[in-house]
Design a protein around this ligand. Structure first.
Ligand SMILES: Cc1cc2nc3c(=O)[nH]c(=O)nc-3n(C[C@H](O)[C@H](O)[C@H](O)COP(=O)(O)O)c2cc1C
Length: 339
């Protein structure tokens, strides 16, 4: 049967009464610990002394601590600036606090990264600690090197663990973050602007980012003369290994789940510069959906999708579609909803 924190705290309180021990100050806070910070604070109080583990290089170090305060909803601990524990936490903030409850039946494990207060907050917290223990003012006289350094545990996980399982998780900031929302990029090459118009409409319709694949060397009208076997486009398209250079850098594709790739159909397939784009980004496209689309005089997509799939084998390349230059934003949006 799962024991709730309230049950466990009640048990701790009862144990203290049976043992006829004076109730520790924070036991008063125990019946109503409504936040993880208050729960942790109550459990630190419920232990009397608790232990802080740090790493000194490859050597674990453990020491008892007693002071802890909740300020602005955060549990703070304090260590001397001149102590090894402070040096260790600065070198490697990973640390762990363990607090065995006085009833001996369960214990708190609080793990995280020491995050030290800075500036005015540091001053304020130091005062909180010293006011609670005025005797320490002689040691922590605030001169350089003799400050009380206050820290909390960030990216933390706190667990209340009974000596017999199961335990109870009080806080878990270490859980993996929710998956990033799906994001799309519309990339396009367009020699004479037709495909670019469609690509921009698509990006606006689906709220995607837009990137134009710009050739390092612009295609002139002569370059695009498909009737001339010696024109640049004819030469490039006749050579399957041709990879015309792209100007500038490609955006980081890591943040996108879907990459639409638009182009004009040249010789019944994707232009060679689109091969450059897909092949040079093959690693970044791994696991992503790549959706080709095109404009043309009249031809369909031909083998474009198959060709691109071969260049980025770990991407999922969709069949894609050829559009008329005047395709509407609504039609593009409806089509894109399928990916
Ligand atoms: C070198 C070259 C080859 C072409 N090959 C074809 C083709 O095989 N089939 C077709 O229908 N249109 C072909 N076209 C026409 C283009 O696909 C069409 O004009 C396209 O919409 C141009 O897009 P853009 O303005 O984005 O460059 C070709 C155009 C050029 C310049």
């Amino acid at each position: 049967m799962k024991r709730t924190l309230t049950t466990l705290l009640a048990a701790a309180a009862c144990a203290a009464v049976f043992a006829q021990q004076p109730a520790p100050a924070a036991d008063a806070a125990a019946p109503n610990p409504t936040t993880p910070a208050m729960q942790i604070d109550a459990l630190l109080s419920g232990a009397g002394a608790f232990f802080l583990a740090t790493a000194d290089g490859d050597q674990p170090k453990l020491r008892p601590l007693g002071a802890h305060h909740v300020v602005d909803g955060t549990v703070w601990l304090g260590v001397g600036e001149f102590k090894n524990v402070y040096r260790q936490l600065v070198a490697n903030p990973k640390c762990e606090v363990v607090a065995l409850q006085k009833d001996g039946a369960h214990w708190l494990r609080w793990t995280g990264r020491a995050a030290f207060a800075e500036g005015a907050e540091r001053e304020r917290l130091e005062e909180v600690f010293l006011e609670a223990m005025p005797g320490l003012r002689k040691i922590y006289d605030k001169s350089p090197g003799k400050r009380m350094m206050c820290f909390t545990l960030a990216d933390a996980r706190a667990e209340l663990i009974p000596l017999m399982p199961p335990g109870e998780v009080l806080l878990d900031e270490t859980a993996p973050a929710a998956p990033a929302p799906r994001k799309a990029l519309v990339a396009c090459f367009s020699a004479t602007g037709t495909t670019k118009g469609v690509a921009e409409r698509l990006a606006a319709a689906i709220g995607a980012d837009f990137f134009e694949i710009v050739p390092e060397k612009t295609y002139t009208a002569a370059d695009l003369d498909w009737r001339d076997k010696k024109s640049r486009s004819s030469v490039e398209m006749a050579d399957r290994a041709s990879r015309p250079a792209i100007a500038g850098a490609t955006p980081d594709l890591a943040g996108y789940s879907t990459v639409y790739v638009g182009f004009p159909i040249w010789w019944y397939r994707e232009p060679s510069i689109v091969d450059t784009f897909v092949e040079s980004n093959a690693a970044a496209l791994a696991g992503k959906t790549v959706v080709p689309f095109a404009t043309s005089g009249s031809s369909g997509m031909g083998d474009s999708a198959k060709n691109l799939q071969a260049l980025a084998p770990e991407a999922k390349v969709a069949d894609g579609r050829r559009f008329r230059a005047d395709v509407s934003a609504e039609d593009l949006k409806a089509w894109a909803a399928g990916f």
